[in-house]
Structure formats: C-alpha cells, structure tokens
Design a protein around this ligand. Structure first.
Ligand code: HSE
Length: 449
C-alpha cells in the first residue's frame, strides 16, 4: 500500500474495491463531473483509497491521474482504512465481496454496491447488518445500469400497490437478441462483441442463461411487493434455446422475442420469472434494442410507467453508483440517516405473498413442434391440446423441406401445468420427432402502452 496525501477534510472520503469496468467508470466519472457533483452535494467527493486485484502499470497510471493517494491489492485495506467513510464495492462475484461488504458495515462504513448477485443472494444477511450498524447499503447500480429504477420503485411509486413489472434487464442478452434478429449475426460473434464493450458478466453464461436477469428481478420483486429476496424461487430460463427460425416465425405472427423478467402479483401469490417472451411488435418494450434496458411498472394508482436507458457499460453503471454516493453524502451533510430496513420496500417483510412455482402460472404460448410430414398430424396435435383445455389462436405450417415440417402454434391463455401435460403427450406421438420449443407470450392485455 502506498500512502501520500489525505483528502481535504471536508470532502466526502470514498474507497473503491475493484477497478474493473464499473470501478474504473466510477473513478473517472467522479473526476470528470467533479464540479457538477460538488455543486449538487455542496462538498467534493474524494477517492482516498482504491483496491484492485492487479495493480499493473495501466491502473497505477490511472490512479495517479485521478489523484488517488492510497492504493492496494487488498480490499480489506480499504474497508479497514479509518479515513474512508463510504466503501464502493465493484469487485462483483460472491467472495471476497460478501466478506468485504460485511466488514465494511461492521466497521460502521456506508456501502454502495453494484453487485446484484450479492444483493439478490446474500442481501437477507447484509441488510440486517447495515441496520444494526446504522449505515446505508445502497445498490441502485445493481439493477438496469444507469436507470434509476430502485429509486422509482421505492420512492417515486411509494403511494402505489405494485401490480406487476416486466423488463428487459440484461443488456448483453438484449444486445444478442437484437443483433440476431436484425443481422442474423451468429450468437458467438455478438457475445464476443458484448464482452469487448464491457457489457457481459465475467462469466457470460450468467447473461445468456438469465441468472443475471433473475438477480435483478429478485431485487425489484422484493422492493415492489415487500417480500424477502428469494432468488432461489425465481424461475430462470435463458436465451440459448432461441433459434433464428423462432425469430422469423414470431416476426411472421407480428411478434418479436425479448428476454423478459416478469414479477406479477396474482390472487395465488407472486409470479417471478425470467424467460424468452413473445411480445407484440407494437409494444414499447419490443422496440428497446441493443444494450438498452427498460422496465414497465404497473401501479394501482398511476397505471403503467416505463423506465428505459442503458442497462450496462462503464459510464451508465457509474452514473448510478455516484448517485448513491451523492445520496449518502447529502444525508451525512444534513446529519440525518435514513435507516435501512431489511424489508427493502416495506417497513416489515410480508410473509403472506408466496412466490409461485412456474407450473402454477397461466400464460399464452408459442409452440414450435417438429412434426413429420404425415397426413393427420395437425389433427392429432389439436385434439391433444383440446383435451387439456388449451385453445389455439393461430397456426403456421410451411411446405415440407425435409421430412420434418415444423408446426408453429399460438395458444390462448392456458394453465402451464396443463400445457406441460399436453407437450409431453404431443412429444410422445410417433408423428413428432424431437422436443417442442415453448416460448411464453406476454400480451399485457389492456394493461400497458
Ligand atoms: N452483464 C450485465 C448486463 C451488466 O449485460 O446487463 C449490467 O448488470
């Protein structure tokens, strides 16, 4: 660790743990917008200590350029530094991030984190610790990059009972789906580009398999409905099963395919699900492209509101990190502290709203059935659907180009459990070869845009 100078005594002293995409973005934004930030906060924010796993020549030069006096390869040196008032955790991952944040809170330091995995999976342990130590644990940047959705849910919409929210909440996934649909670019090429642009997670399967989106949905659901963080109950399905054929069939039917996170209050409980979804091309969400994120939130008083913007990337995410720093700085300047409640949305956690298993939901469905080119196959399929109380809205069957002739069916609203039985029965037909691709359809009937 080197030690040169101290920040000015009235500046807010911040330590940063992790100098990857978001940590570097935060450091640079604090420097680039220093005047603007100081005017809003009425005092400067000084980064007094940074820990980075690799303190190479490039990072050392950056720290010097930004006037950071103390640096280390040990994040605990930051959280144990008595000068540091607020710790920014931008390391990502579970360990050592959990222990670093825990130690910072135990040391009485406020924490700002961009780590959605940490909040979604370990937040139930960390928020009580923040409350016990009378410090903040702020996490605006953990959901939807630069979009201030946490503030919108917790403050802007506080007068409402939230009925549902639905969002495109993974920039990498949306970037991949957009490029595949617009340019038929191969999946691997688009993913590589997303990694180069700093959008993708260290392990990009988190983006592609929907885990990252499920973390974010878990956090929004907890705030919206006042329920505990329940990542393990959030249904998660990735985008790797979507083929260019699905994109073009959906297009023919008037839909696009987006990877959505949906949280909905129903009479039986809360639906929490991340999966590829058919959306009518006329919906606003259908037109959110590239790395863009957007979240539609329906409150019982306000109706539907839409929040959109860049969902990933250094500057966008840093914008949310710095907003949290300014918020905490304002509280410190005013000598007040808004307590952190372990229940993120309500004062007390609700235990009367169970999260439903996926087979308890109802939805509309797109089915792509690999049928053999034989007389009567469509009749057999419709008969099975009818036996399971599933009615058909539209069918596409093209000319056979091989012995397989895909039949694409859109259903009306049906029970997922019934649909599962119907899919098993159809797949068991001699006239069907292989598994059926099922994609849920979100119509937002009369509820939004
Ligand atoms: N990998 C994430 C995404 C980063 O692509 O959305 C922002 O959380």
């Amino acid at each position: 660790m080197n030690s040169q100078t101290s920040p000015s005594s009235d500046a807010l002293s911040v330590g940063i743990c992790g100098l990857g995409t978001v940590g570097t973005g935060t450091l640079l934004l604090l420097q680039d917008n220093a005047d603007e930030i100081a005017k809003r906060l009425d005092r400067a924010i000084a980064v007094s200590h940074v820990a980075t796993r690799t303190l190479d020549a490039e990072r050392s030069a950056l720290l010097e350029k930004c006037g950071v006096p103390n640096s280390s390869t040990d994040p605990f040196a930051v959280v144990n530094d008595p000068q540091v008032q607020i710790v920014v955790e931008t390391m990502g991952g579970y360990e050592p991030a959990f222990d670093v944040v825990k130690q910072a809170l135990a040391n009485g330091k406020h924490v700002v984190t961009a780590n959605k995995a940490l909040i979604a999976e370990r937040g139930n342990e960390l928020f009580p610790l923040a409350q016990a130590n009378n410090v903040s644990l702020a996490f605006e940047s953990s959901v939807a990059g630069g979009i201030p959705i946490i503030k919108a849910l917790r403050e802007g919409l506080a007068a409402n009972q939230i009925d549902w929210l639905a969002g495109i909440i993974n920039g990498t996934g949306n970037f991949i789906m957009t490029e595949m649909a617009a340019r038929q670019t191969p999946f691997e090429d688009v993913l590589r580009r997303a990694q180069e642009l700093g959008y993708a997670e260290a392990d990009p399967s988190f983006d592609v398999e929907g885990i990252d989106a499920a973390h974010k949905l878990t956090i929004m659901g907890a705030i919206a409905f006042g329920i505990p963080l329940q990542f393990d109950k959030t249904y998660t399905e990735g985008i790797s099963c979507i083929t260019p054929d699905d994109i073009s069939y959906a297009d023919e039917l008037g839909y696009c395919i987006k990877h959505l996170g949906i949280a909905r209050r129903t009479e039986k409980g809360i639906e929490m699900r991340v999966h590829p979804t058919l959306l009518s091309k006329s919906r606003l969400l259908a037109n959110v492209n590239g790395v863009g994120n957007a979240i539609l939130v329906h409150g019982n008083a306000v109706g539907a509101t839409l929040y959109s913007g860049p969902g990933a990337g250094a500057e966008a995410t840093a914008s949310a990190v710095v907003a949290d720093l300014i918020d905490i700085g304002r509280q410190l300047s005013a000598g007040v502290h808004e307590p952190v409640y372990p229940a993120l949305g309500y004062r007390e956690m609700r235990d009367d709203l169970p999260v439903l298993a996926i087979d308890e939901i109802e939805a509309e469905y797109y089915l792509r059935i690999p049928a053999l080119d034989k007389v009567g196959v469509l009749a057999k399929i419709s008969s099975i659907l009818q036996q399971h109380d599933i009615s058909i809205e539209a069918v596409i069957q093209k000319e056979a180009i091989s012995e397989i002739i895909p039949i694409v069916i859109l259903t009306h609203r049906a029970a997922e459990k019934q649909l599962n039985h119907a899919i098993s029965a159809i797949e068991a037909l001699d006239d069907v070869s292989g598994s059926i691709n099922r994609i849920r359809v979100e119509p937002f009937h009369g509820e939004a845009d």
